[in-house]
Structures are given as C-alpha cells and as structure tokens.
Design a protein around this ligand. Structure first.
Ligand code: HEM
Length: 417
C-alpha cells in the first residue's frame, strides 16, 4: 500500500465512482485498474471515503480485527452514513430496527453468527439440494416451449427467493411481495436516494418485518421443522435472541440471500454467453460447473464493495489509516488484481487458485455462501442442459441496476429457440 492519500483531479469521484454512472455501471474495470495503479488508496473526497483496490489491501481491511462495521463510528457526512439508513430508526415511534448481522460488531456479532451457523453449514445446505433442484425444474418447465425469456424475471429472480422462503417455512405464494420488498430495501444503498425512494424503502422494511413477526408468533405457538422455528427455539432455550433480532435476521437473510444470488446467476450466464468458447467447454464438460461458478463470482461479483471503519488510528499493510475513516474495500477491484489473478480480465471457467473475495473474508465472510454456490451450480447446469440454443437477444439489450454495491441485471432478455 502506498503511504500517501492521493486525490488526483482526473480520477472519477463521488457518483461517477458508483454504478449510478452509466460508464462505470457498464464496465467498472478500466477505472479500477487506473485506481489500483495510480492511487491504490484513493481519497474520494466527494463521498468522504478512501477506496482500496489492491487485493492485499482489500483482504487485510475486511479481515482487520480492530476495524468496525458500525456506521455510527464513521465521520459525519461519510459515504457509509449516507447509505446505512433504512429510515426506520430515524422516525419517532418506530422500534422496528435492529442492525443486520453484517453491521454488528462483536460480541453481538459472534453470539448471533454462532446461532445461525448450524443452519448454514455445508451439510445443512446440501440437504436443501433436492428442493433447489425441484424449484429450478419447475421454473424451467414454465419456460419450456417459449422462444424468449427474461432470465431475471423468469428464472434467476424467483429461484433464490423461493429457496429462502422454503428454508424459513413460508409459502411460495409470498414470493413476489418478498422480491419487491427486497429490491426496495436495497435502495438504502443508493447514496443519492430521494425522499420518495426513502419512503418506499421504509415501507418495504416495515412490511417485511410485519410479515416475519406474524410467522415468528405462529411458530412460537406451533413449531415446525424450519429456520424460523429453529431461531425461536434458540431464543427460548438460551434467551439469546430477541424478537427484534430474529425479525432483523430474517430480513437480512431475505435481502442478502436473494438479490445477490439472482445476480450471481444473471452475471454468470451473461459472462458465459459473452464467451462462447467457455460456454462450449462447459456444455462439453458439465462437471466444470463448480469451478465455473467460482469464476463467475470472481469475474463479475454481485457485491462489489464493502466497508470498514478503524476504531483508532491504525495501519493496513503498514500504511496509516485514521479513526473514523470510511474504508471502501472494493471486492470487484481486488478480484481483478493481476498480482492475485494472472490475466485478470480473462473469463476462464477452469482458472487455477481462484481464491476470490466475492464472499468477503474473515469474521463477516458470507454466511450464505454454501447456499449461493449450490443454487448457482444447479441453476447454471440445468439452464444449459434444458436450453441448448440459449443466446442473447440482439433486439433487446440487457439492463443493469443503477445501484452501488449490488451489481446485477434488472433485465436479461434471452432467446431459447
Ligand atoms: C452470490 C451470492 C452472495 C454473495 C456474492 C454474497 C456476498 C457477501 C459478502 C461479500 C459478505 C461480507 C460483507 C462484509 O464483509 O462486509 C456477505 C455477508 C453475509 N451474507 Fe452473503 N452473499 C451472497 C449470498 C448470500 C445468501 C444466499 C445468504 C443467506 C441466505 C447470505 C447471507 C449473508 C449474511 C447473513 C452475511 C453477514 C455475515 C456476517 O456479518 O457475519 N448471503 N455476503
């Protein structure tokens, strides 16, 4: 890491360093490459943050034991303060907000993560395989006979929402409401959101919370074999989870678990279709699907960045950082650092040593990674098996979400015939 903060006038800053900017949204890598080479510790003065783009710095930052994820420790006016709110805790009389796991520090983080880790360990997730396969089959059955689909609306969107609802023991009929609320809640990550968007975000957060509260109460009266019943049981046995914590966890699992996995499938299928040689390889060798999904995660990762705040003046790889500074760790840039990934802009479904940071690293590493991987592998494998002529629709260009953090398509029209 270089020892100086660099604010170079010709480098983009603020909004143009986010997916709100059309060029950056289309392909952020020319900018990331420039930052990594010229200003790997870049002072984005417009948004009050320092952007880190080198693999080693990003990894060290997200793993740093003394750094916090609590936005309240960041300096007033910083990027993290702009994006962290749901609006719920800010209005008088609302008591529906509890920070999500990813924004909790120890000891609360450790206590809740431990309780959740059983439900999300690789064995428990492997037990979900038959259900994920049948949800995938049902969605593809509904596409059969059509000559065109929108991959997001018809397949990649509903699949993870349905999977997480089933884990929670909730009816699939609620799928569309939950997907819509999840998309609205994500708008909390738009640093430039207007009052109307903020109101929609707040409503979605409260509506989702009400729905989860109803299920928590029902499971307390009549437990079943599902995730919400397990959380209620943990609460009763050890008095370690409050109702609000359960509801907040459910909200986070829903939001973190569904849009991101939709984006893994959307970004991954798009990368395959843009690289016909790799698509042909995967069709010829379906057993490469696990490695292919890892490369999809590296090449076009669904969560592009995260943040940490030093509690005190400190260092990252020997370089000083100050208390309260918002450190934006760019996972997307780190995943294209040539020192960690040779020929990083090449999409190679059998890439060796693919230790990407798409799921983060350290104590906050993605809890749902085994589930996301399983869904991604089944979705890609079945889609290719069922659709031998799958290709982009030249008449209808895809559209990407204009939102920082969550990189994915809002629409990805494909031809099947
Ligand atoms: C491809 C899909 C996914 C990607 C790319 C992804 C990415 C991430 C990343 C980068 C983090 C760490 C953020 C940080 O360190 O600040 C994270 C945390 C988390 N993810 Fe995921 N995620 C995905 C799917 C899921 C799924 C399916 C679930 C659950 C159903 C989930 C639940 C969580 C939770 C609860 C955390 C917080 C963990 C903690 O703070 O201890 N994610 N995810």
């Amino acid at each position: 890491m270089t020892k100086t903060r660099i604010a170079t006038p010709d480098l983009p800053r603020g909004e143009s360093l986010t997916a709100r900017d059309a060029r950056f949204r289309d392909d952020p890598h020319p900018v990331y490459d420039q930052l990594r080479e010229q200003a790997p510790r870049y002072a984005d003065t417009a948004y009050g943050r320092t952007v880190l783009t080198r693999f080693e710095d990003v990894r060290a930052t997200v793993r740093h034991k003394q750094f916090s994820v609590d936005a309240r420790l960041s300096k007033p006016g910083s990027y993290l303060r702009r994006i962290a709110g749901t609006g719920v805790n800010e209005s008088a009389g609302d008591s529906a907000y509890e920070p999500p796991l990813v924004l909790l520090d120890d000891p609360d983080h450790r206590r809740i993560r431990l309780l959740m880790s059983k439900a999300f360990n690789p064995q428990s997730i492997e037990a979900m395989r038959p259900r994920i396969e049948s949800i995938t089959g049902e969605l593809l059955d509904a596409c059969a006979g059509r000559d065109r689909i929108d991959l997001i609306a018809d397949f990649a969107g509903p699949l993870p929402t349905q999977a997480i609802l089933e884990m929670m023991g909730m009816p699939g009929s609620a799928r569309e409401d939950f997907k819509r609320w999840s998309e609205d809640i994500l708008m909390g990550y738009d640093p430039e959101r207007d009052a109307a968007t903020q109101a929609r975000l707040r409503e979605a957060y409260l509506a989702m919370g009400r729905e989860f509260r109803r299920v928590v109460e029902a499971r307390r009266d009549e437990p079943r074999d599902d995730l919400i019943s397990a959380m209620v049981r943990a609460q009763e046995e050890q008095d370690r989870l409050s109702d609000l914590e359960i509801i907040s966890l459910c909200t986070q699992l829903m939001v973190a678990g569904n849009v991101t996995t939709t984006d893994l499938i959307g970004n991954g299928v798009y990368a395959l279709l843009e690289h016909p040689d790799q698509l042909a390889r995967l069709r010829a060798q379906p057993e490469l699907v696990e490695a292919a999904v890892e490369e999809m995660l590296r090449y076009d990762c669904p969560i592009t960045e995260t943040a940490r705040i030093p509690r005190n003046d400190d260092t990252v790889n020997g370089c000083p950082v100050s208390a309260g500074e918002t450190l934006t760790a760019s996972l997307a840039a780190a995943n294209h650092d040539p020192t960690a990934f040779p020929d990083p802009h090449r999409f190679d479904i059998s890439r060796a040593n693919n230790a990407h940071l798409a799921f983060g690293s350290g104590i906050h590493v993605c809890l749902g990674a085994p589930l996301a991987r399983l869904e991604g592998q089944i979705a890609v494998r079945e889609l290719l098996a069922r659709c031998p002529r799958l290709r982009l629709d030249p008449q209808r260009p895809p559209a990407r979400r204009a939102l920082p953090f969550f990189r994915g398509f809002t629409s990805l029209p494909l031809l099947l015939d």
